[in-house]
Design a protein around this ligand. Structure first.
Ligand code: CA
Ligand code: CA
Ligand code: CA
Ligand code: CA
Length: 399
């Protein structure tokens, strides 16, 4: 036989002469399988399962109808959707030559990408045995493809500040996006989206369903930048369909990067007072003033520490005297603002002599700054031994 079975390079189950077609052209014609057909190009079949139907050989006692799939294109996603108000649907994709079940789906769409050399039959059946009733089977070809086609953000913003973000998503694919999906925004130190990036926010795109081929939507949302972000050039990454709820023809074009310059403050200790002489084992009242000499507010909660040191440099040999939560009075500290804390220190029993009290702003580095090396103020003090106190004793009793 020489009639043109335009079936790509499929292998016929019986005799037949292949006519090779280009892989990117739809495969149109039905094999002589004595089956109804369904077109992968928006084909719709309204049918019913009845007691006259064949029993599905791979599903115990469930009735089934078979449809040969035509008009599909090798390599292009096909979506099969079986719905029924009468029974729990169960859809199978069968390799007709081998009888093998390639894929199946219960009450949900079945998606697959046709490959060369397989004759596909779509088998509609029920999840449970001996269910009957009408159904609708729809086949579509191609997939949506979401792309962030535009995104805007402020070119500069303080860390932890709330900024307005706008992004536009276009479905440049061949099919509508019909599931709920979410667009996410991250902060990254480069343009590549990976696990190291800092989450900023997300927005469900559900109100856009279905997003038709060629359709776009634009979202505007206020989102807060993270805390503890290093100063300088960072990137906002807009990630369409972050959780991959939409099966797309390309999953690798969903990220758009927009540069943003993150600004941070600069804390300095501008002044400190302490008694000239401290007594070991006693207490002393001290005060210190912290200035935010940066251009943006300091928003984090941080801690100032005070140390006793042999020199003016903070290092591991110094003895911490006290730590104070500066967040209560110092956060947020606007650019140009100061706070002054007055506290009573317990002076430890430590080395005596001429030493230094070191006042250290943000000692644990909770607040990222443009300069982390100007946070220490040293005040010279003399640490003295406690005075000996003569207490009244008992005079010996002389007999
Ligand atoms: Ca995409
Ligand atoms: Ca996706
Ligand atoms: Ca600083
Ligand atoms: Ca710091």
């Amino acid at each position: 036989m020489s009639e043109a079975l335009a079936i790509g390079t499929r292998h016929l189950p019986t005799q037949g002469i292949l006519e090779i077609t280009k892989a990117d052209e739809p495969i149109h014609e039905a094999l002589e399988l004595d089956l109804s057909t369904i077109s992968a190009q928006n084909g719709t079949v309204n049918g019913s399962l009845s007691t006259n139907d064949e029993i599905n050989p791979t599903r115990n006692s469930a009735y089934s109808d078979d449809y040969q799939l035509i008009d599909f294109t090798l390599g292009k996603l096909v979506t099969l959707d079986l719905s029924s108000s009468n029974f729990n649907t169960y859809l199978q994709l069968i390799n007709v030559d081998t009888g093998q079940v390639i894929s199946s789906a219960n009450n949900s769409p079945l998606r697959f990408t046709p490959v060369d050399g397989i004759n596909y039959v779509v088998r509609t059946t029920s999840y449970y045995g001996r269910e009957t009733g009408t159904y609708t089977l729809i086949a579509t070809s191609g997939a949506p493809d979401l792309v962030i086609t535009a995104a805007t953000a402020p070119s500069t913003a303080p860390e932890h500040s709330t900024i307005s973000l706008t992004w536009t998503v276009t479905n440049q694919g061949e099919a509508a996006a019909t599931n709920y999906w979410y667009d996410y925004v991250y902060l990254s130190d480069n343009t590549i989206f990976d696990n190291s990036d800092r989450y900023i926010g997300n927005l469900q795109a559900g109100s856009q369903i279905p997003l038709a081929p060629g359709a776009t939507y634009t979202s505007t949302q206020d989102m807060a930048l993270p805390q503890q972000v290093g100063a300088g050039k960072q990137y906002l990454l807009f990630v369409g369909d972050r959780n991959n709820n939409i099966i797309e023809s390309s999953e690798t074009n969903n990220v758009r990067a927009v540069a943003i310059d993150i600004t941070v403050p600069d804390l300095v200790v501008t002044g400190a007072t302490a008694p000239i002489a401290l007594t070991a084992g006693s207490t002393a009242e001290v005060s210190w003033t912290v200035l935010n000499q940066g251009n943006v507010q300091a928003t984090h909660r941080w801690y100032d520490h005070i140390y006793l040191s042999n020199d003016q440099t903070l290092d591991g040999s110094d003895t911490q005297v006290s730590g104070f939560d500066s967040g209560i009075s110092g956060t947020p500290l606007l650019a140009g603002d100061t706070y002054t804390l007055t506290k009573t220190l317990n002076i430890p029993n430590t080395a005596l002599g001429n030493r230094y009290l070191l006042f250290v702003a943000d000692a644990d580095n909770n607040q990222y700054e443009t300069n982390e090396n100007n946070n220490v103020k040293a005040i010279p003090v003399e640490v003295k031994a406690p005075d000996l106190i003569i207490t009244a004793g008992s005079a010996p009793v002389i007999a």
